[in-house]
Every structure is written in C-alpha cells, then in structure tokens.
Design a protein around this ligand. Structure first.
Ligand code: PMV
Length: 325
C-alpha cells in the first residue's frame, strides 16, 4: 500500500538538549512544544517486492550518506515491527524555503513514521507512533500529537513519548520566524546533545528544569502570555548558554540573530508583548499574540529580514490523499 503523510515542524518552548540514552534517544528532561502550521514535510512510502534496496529521494536536495543511513535505520525499525523484509520507495518533500537552515528532522521523521508504519500494514496508536518517531530524531516525537505538546522524558523506550497537552485551538498565539541566514551547521543537533554535559552550566540547567516545566505548564493553562513569554525566552537563553560553554563550544547565532534579540527587548519597552526563542540555528522565533502579528512583521521588514514565516498552532502528523509518486 502507498501512503502519504504530512507532519509539521515544531518549536520547543522548553527545550530538549542532552540525552541520558544515546541509542534510544532518551532526553534528560521533559520538553514542551507547539506544532507549526507553515513548515512541514510530506512523505510518501511504499514497500515494493521488486526493490533490491531502499530508494530514497528528497525533492530538490542531495541526501548526505549520514542522512540516508538514518532514514534506512528507521525503515528497518518499521520492517521489524511489521515483520516484513521488503524494501521501500520513499519520496519526501520539505516546504521549507531553501538555504534557510530550518531543521527538517522533526517533521521528516514524524512523516516517515506515520506513512511508513501504515504502508507496512501497521496501525499504531499515537503513543506508539511517538515512541517510534523519537528513535529517528528526538524532537520528531513531538510532531505526532496535535497542538501544544509535552514529551515525557521517561526512563525506557516505552515511557519516552509525547502527547497533546492542548489542541491547536487552545491558544491563538503566533510563532513568527525571522530567517536570518543559512546555517551550514558545523555541528548538528544530533551531535550537539552529546556535548551538552561538558558545559559547567548543564547541571544547574537540569536542576532548574522541574520548576520551569511546572511554571510553563501553568502559564499555558491560564494563558498568561507575559509570564509564558518570559519563561520561553529565559529557557532559550539558558540552552544557548549551555551550547556556548560546552567543549567544544557551539555558537549557532549570527550578528542578525543578536540584532533581533535586542530589538525584541526594545519592542517590549514600547508596549508590544513579544518574546523570542531559538533552536539549534541562527533563526529567531518571535512568539506573540495574534493581535500583534502585523505590527511585528512590519518591524521585522524594516530590519531587512530575508524571509518571515508566520505560524499558528496546528495539528500533528496526518495522512493525506495526494501522493508524491
Ligand atoms: O531532535 P533533535 O536532535 O534535532 O534536537 C532538537 C534540539 C532543539 O531543537 C535545539 C531543541 C528542541 O527541543 O527542539
């Protein structure tokens, strides 16, 4: 059977940085994210008896050997679960603007997990899908459930999965992504996780996590945007402090990243409630309420930002009827 899935990228409000089990991709702490409406991956999978090996194509991109090996390892997990030996044809398409350094592993492995399991004849629960997606790329497990999502770190593969805290309609906030440049990332996030614990700020980060998670969940529940934004912003700075002080240090920011960070502070001073967060790259995610979206986009344009993507909360991975082959 040929199956096509669509899965969103997600932005973490409380980040996953550091693992307690490399192989199973078990994170050190729980994390919380929101699925993004405008950046996603489409993936079609079909297991075909005549194939001699897996055939993988990412539209418009040359896949690295490492990337290919990760996808094949994931297909292997699906084959084992489905008890099949057939190779698969996989075609995948990211709608992310090219050369922007936006990560595609979360949406990519979420889409591959959903399309691949159904194509292999499996009907997994959301929890099982999330567990499986996690093994392809940690943050992919958060692109399976809808809306606002929490990934429970767990202490085994079976207990480390994401679930929906609230549907997308819960809170009409925006994530305005300011694309500031290309990341030819020297160190991928996958490798970065390993370096986290070499930072002297790593233990303090982990010690403060429980309270931070509780506080963020409370602000999400009562929709206290100001408190929510403060926690999200401080958390991003905290993670980047760990990155910058690991050995070797990881600097993902560009001059333009810092320029926007400083502007966000200025804009708050003139009464616009906007907060930033940043993943393992230079692009800045500006979190705001719907009512302030237009004003912030206008201000970003004045800063000559290359590309701006306005996201709202959205559903998790879905099956769609239009195939890529
Ligand atoms: O899933 P990975 O290995 O790409 O790691 C994601 C790491 C961050 O984006 C920096 C944080 C997060 O929780 O998404």
């Amino acid at each position: 059977m040929k199956v096509t899935a669509k899965a969103p990228a997600n932005i973490a409000f409380i980040k996953y940085w550091g693992r307690k089990d490399e192989k199973l991709r078990l994170p050190v702490n729980d994390s919380i994210s929101m699925n993004l409406s405008e950046i996603y991956t489409l993936t079609t999978v079909e297991f075909l008896p005549n194939l001699k090996s897996d055939e993988i194509e990412i539209v418009g991109e040359k896949i690295s050997e490492e990337g290919k090996a990760r996808i094949i390892a994931h297909l292997e997990r699906i084959r084992q679960l489905a008890k099949i030996k057939t190779f698969a044809k996989v075609k995948t398409k990211n709608n992310f603007p090219k050369g922007t350094g936006l990560a595609s592993s979360a949406s990519g492995f979420a889409a591959l997990t959903l399309a691949g399991t159904l194509a292999g004849g499996l009907k997994l629960s959301l929890k099982q899908l999330s567990i499986l997606a996690r093994q392809g790329s940690g943050s992919a497990c958060r692109s399976i459930p809808d809306g606002f999502v929490e990934w429970k770190a767990g202490n085994s593969s079976e207990t480390s999965y994401a679930y929906s805290l609230y549907p997308p309609e819960w809170w009409d906030i925006r994530d305005i992504i300011a694309i500031v440049g290309e990341t030819s990332k020297k160190v991928s996030s996958s490798e970065g996780h390993v370096l986290a614990e070499s930072s002297p700020f790593y233990q303090p980060r982990i010690l403060g996590m429980k309270k931070k998670l509780q506080d963020l969940k409370r602000t999400l529940k009562i929709k206290d945007f100001e408190k929510f934004g403060e926690i999200v912003e401080a958390e991003a700075i905290n993670m980047h402090a760990v990155m910058m002080t690991s050995q070797p240090p990881l600097f993902y920011w560009l001059p333009k990243t810092v320029e926007i960070i400083l502007k966000v502070g200025d804009w708050r001073e003139v009464g616009i409630p906007v907060y930033f967060t940043i993943d393992a790259g230079p692009n800045v995610h500006l979190i705001c309420l719907k009512k302030d979206e237009k004003e912030i986009v206008k201000r970003l344009k004045k800063l000559k930002i290359k590309k701006i993507i306005v996201n709202q909360p959205t559903k998790g991975a879905r099956i769609i009827s239009k195939h890529l082959f």
